[in-house]
Design a protein around this ligand. Structure first.
Ligand SMILES: *Cc1c(COP(=O)(O)O)cnc(C)c1O
Length: 425
């Protein structure tokens, strides 16, 4: 339908149908958790930025591991251990392909993004950052990309510098240029903001740092589920991911690091499996990736991450992204039509996240009332208190979308928000 035809039918712009070949019903059928009611209403799951849901094939892969393969990796010569090891190493190769890393040993398995950033803080930061050095982050970072660097700065007498953002939620790159200098030892920024939805211009950020010889860490917790990531094309030095935000179980995650950095870094944790030889006088470390994987890892979860990657690669990801963008556009239009709603995060390049406040209503009350209607959103500071400080709000309500959400769900969500406004606003 063209816009002219719609207007002729008396339809508003908000009712414009989503033009996409994405078969959302077929995709939804892959996610069993979505088939349930909450408070007698069909579940509308719009908290994907906190944790996304897990498709049946990933659940099946995890239970096959537990039923047929469960054992410890790398140590055993026996049949089960070999099967577990090959599934675990296979998952690493899937990750390598998924982000186009040069070698699978550049993909370190960790339990999530928080652990991943801490790995780089300990492994890189404690070795290469000293007194008077500087680390650049941004004003929109998640606490897990703030606090580890603060801890490091405190320990080393280094200084944390912050790229400011404007009121749309876009980073001010001129200010970034002014912060980069010969004392800068690392730039650590997020790919997509979990609290605002902003997609940051990574290539620009990375190339400016590299001109000064500074490595760049990307917090990819929200990037990897929504955008195609090519670490060689980006040329980032580190890219960190959480499995539970990309359709895999909790306890899975990845630190991608360029081999030249990982080789030079200190191990994060000491223990079994990360050593070559141990005597009481001296220990020598294993090569990559084992150097960074002390102890028994989350084998089942990482195999699940491999299965989630297979699942994602079986989808048309460009079409999925187009569909999600359309959903976001539709929801943004409908929500901003409600008078007392103020959107938080209006960057030109956004993905998946729609955060807002309602005049005179606490975000937690919005979340609670929406829950009565079966609608799951998030209310709070989203682990980004400096973002709340920027916008002078204590908290926001946040709907966040995945490619299995529908336009009908957006309608239910918006209707519920309208009810909140009527009752409490
Ligand atoms: C969720 C999130 C994290 C933390 O990930 P965990 O899985 O909780 O360790 C870090 N950064 C961003 C942008 C996130 O959304």
């Amino acid at each position: 339908m063209t816009m002219a035809e719609m207007l002729a039918l008396g339809m508003s712009k908000n009712e414009q149908p989503i033009e996409t070949s994405w078969d959302v019903e077929r995709v939804r059928a892959d996610f069993p958790v979505l088939r349930q009611t909450v408070n007698g209403k069909p579940l509308v799951y719009l908290d994907n930025a906190a944790s996304s849901q897990v498709p049946q094939v990933v659940i099946d892969r995890g239970s096959r591991y537990l039923q047929e393969e469960h054992s410890n990796i790398h140590r055993g010569v026996h049949y089960l251990s070999q099967r577990a090891t090959s599934a675990y190493d296979g998952a690493r190769e899937k990750v390598r392909r998924f982000i186009n890393a040069r070698e699978s040993k550049e993909c370190i398995f960790v339990r999530g993004c928080t652990e991943g950033i801490n790995l780089v803080m300990h492994g890189y930061g404690r070795k290469f950052v000293g007194e008077g050095d500087e680390i650049i982050i941004s004003e929109m970072e998640h606490h897990s990309n703030i606090v580890p660097w603060q801890m490091l700065c405190e320990e080393k007498g280094a200084r944390l510098r912050v790229i400011p953002m404007d009121d749309a939620g876009e980073l001010l790159l001129d200010e970034y240029d002014a912060l980069l200098n010969e004392r800068t030892k690392l730039v650590a920024v997020m790919h997509i903001s979990n609290s605002l939805g902003t997609i940051n211009p990574l290539k620009e950020i990375i190339s400016r740092a590299h001109k000064m010889g500074v490595p760049v860490l990307i917090d990819g917790a929200q990037g990897a589920p929504h955008l195609k990531v090519d670490v060689q094309d980006l040329d980032c030095d580190f890219y960190i991911m959480s499995g539970h935000k990309m359709f895999a179980p909790t306890g899975s995650g990845v630190v991608y690091g360029k081999a030249e950095w990982l080789e030079r870094m200190n191990p994060f944790m000491g223990g079994g499996d990360m050593i070559r030889t141990v005597t009481f006088e001296k220990t020598t470390y294993a090569g990559l990736p084992n150097k960074f994987e002390a102890g028994t890892p989350a084998i089942a979860a990482q195999i699940g991450l491999g299965a989630a990657i297979d699942y994602l690669e079986g989808l048309d990801r460009e079409e999925a992204h187009r569909y999600e963008q359309e959903l976001l556009r539709y929801a943004t239009e409908k929500l901003s039509a409600i008078e007392s709603v103020r959107l938080i995060g209006t960057a030109r390049e956004k993905a998946s996240v729609l955060a807002f406040v309602i005049e005179g209503v606490h975000p937690h009350d919005v979340g609670t009332i929406l829950d009565y209607e079966g609608v799951a959103i998030r209310a709070g500071h989203h682990c980004a208190q400096p973002v709340m400080q920027h916008f002078k709000v204590p908290a926001t309500s946040r709907a966040s979308f995945a490619f299995y959400n529908t336009k009908e769900e957006v309608d239910i969500f918006v209707r519920a928000v309208e009810q909140v406004v009527e009752v409490l606003g």
